[in-house]
Design a protein around this ligand. Sequence first.
Ligand code: NOJ
Ligand code: CA
Length: 731
Amino acid sequence: MRTFLFLVCLCLAMSHSTQAQDMKSPNGKFSLRFSLQSDGTPVYNLQYKGKEVIKPSKLGFELKRLKKDAASGGDMNQKVANDESSLHDNFTLVDTKTSTFDETWTPVWGEVKTIRNHYNEMAVTLSQKGTNRQMLIRFRLFDEGLGFRYEFPHQKDLTYFVIKEEKTQFAMTGDHTAFWIPGDYDTQEYDFTTSRLSEIRGLMPKAITANVSQASFSPTGVQTSLMMKTDQGIYINLHEAALIDYACMHLNLDDKNMVFESWLTPDVKGDKGYIQAPFNTPWRTVIVSDDARDILASKMTYNLNEPSKIEDTSWIKPTKYVGVWWEMITGKSSWAYTDEYPSVQLGVTDYTKAKPNGKHGATTENVKKHIDFAAEHGFDAVLVEGWNQGWEDWFGNSKDYVFDFVTPYPDFNVAEIRDYAKSKNVKMMMHHETSSSVRNYERQMDKAYQFMKDNGYDAVKSGYVGNILPRGENHYSQWIVNHYQYALEKAAEYKIMINAHEAVRPTGIARTYPNLIGNESARGTEYQAFGGSKPNHVTLLPFTRQLGGPMDYTPGIFEMDVSKLNPDNNSHVNSTIANQLALYLTMYSPLQMAADLPENYMKFPDAFQFIKDVAVDWDDSKYLEAEPGAYITVARKAKKTGKWFVGSVGGNEPRTSKIGFGFLEPGKKYIATLYTDAKDAHYKTNPQAYTIRKVVVDSKSKLSQFVAAGGGYAISLEEANKAQLKGVAKL
Ligand code: NOJ
Ligand code: CA
């Protein structure tokens, strides 16, 4: 009897046992606890400086279909038995392995010269009672936060399976302030909404603004990267890293309990992932700090990606470019060659018979003008859109064969432009608008990339406007994520750099494939010509979208009244000129465009000088001020020249920025050229009012600088000798 009682007690004790496993970050600021609940559900929680930031949160999956072994005939359409659909409970702990990792690597391009990848790791191997299936969860705790992923080792009882839901939770400790955009399977081109978590549901209808391809899924569904701030001043960012062969993760909020759960993008059948073990999911990331500047400086997302798979990276070059682009976006000119054809069929439509519409942007003459402008002002490259046939009828009709990427319009002479650009030492940048016919693009890709190489193009801006073909697929589902990856890897074979617009937002993949020099994948400057963006938009992108990689934001607009370019377009660019200059620093990217028209730059040659001077690749970056939604100030040291530049952007309200120059070398004197908002500048009423002044600074100098609403300032610094300092005022 006593033995029996003892056994019962032991069993009860075991069934309630949490089997907690603890781990700390290298600096000790974070602690992670992993445990199994009494029903075998895996749970983790995270503390920062002794306070909980993620409450106990569940981990696991719900499976849809399962192919156990070859004997089942490979029938993935078979439903799984109820007890087999759960991959989120009934687990026992098989093994825990801990380790430490510390390396420093050198990115091909970036904000800093070297990146330290330092973390403590805990890998827990779980086995599911009854099914014998194994799942490993790997946690990495960095000084900036947590990354974890699921791994499915090669095993007999779990080989092929289909994910119905990933059930990763992030349980919040309160009703935090969030800076969010609506969850959507097809677009990220939204303005941010700032609200309490509890307000998301009510604000969602207003937050969903129109897009040519969009699919929201839940009144509390939001996208990652998601930035939050607690009432105690803790900044929390939720995102993912290394999104490879998997669906893009969104978050759905249980707004009664303030618990986020992962919500993967489904494919055309509603399935969320076709998996073959061995397989690792992307990393789920939680970056936390009580100083917002740390979130911007974090390199955790890159560190969770694999090292470069491209051995020779000498052909990957940071690029500052101009283009035949803004004139089309504003409607001043057109991508299309003619207005006569309501529809075109490649290879059938005869353009030589078409009457030109007189406003085609990509003419040989206009491109040559841009090449001259680039050469004169020191830009590396010229982008040209609307050069290839098919733009009369390019999206909205679910067309499969849209562009062939090799056939120019009659007024665009490929060879002449190639030779002219070469003679002026300017690179041409290719444009491949796929109009989301992914199938068509893959069909043409080798030919298209070879055509680029033959004609002197080393970089391509690709685009995915409109609904995806194959029909019914989403921009962010597993299959399409694989397409973006395929294009990237194939481009690397051809030594081509990629800047993909409307593609899935990046997740640090540029560490592995540094030829991904840019992405749009958010609301870019084009929206300033489509009705405008909120002035504080640019204070949020670096906290969210840019954690995963650089954005081709296309800054540098000097003419804010769009009707001056196109009388039929009343949009207004909600930004001052000084703000536009600052974006070259605050919106980090190795690919930067000077997006306005050459004639607009020539109206403000002294402000344009900053765009000509600013570097695009950096040895060091110091975030001096940061608050999501309000301001960002950063100082960066250029690669090769060692010159420092500073950029500061403000939000919706005017403010005073206060910075020190402690980043400069002590004992040395510098001449700082300050491009600032004039006292009466305002993004709406007086956006072109700026002042330029020169002052002497050293590492002890302090600056107190007015920033207008939607404004900013930019500084270029040059070391100076005594003779040069003569007559220049001290700060
Ligand atoms: C949307 C892109 O974001 C924009 O930059 C491009 O000009 C158009 N698509 C046309 O491809
Ligand atoms: Ca776009």
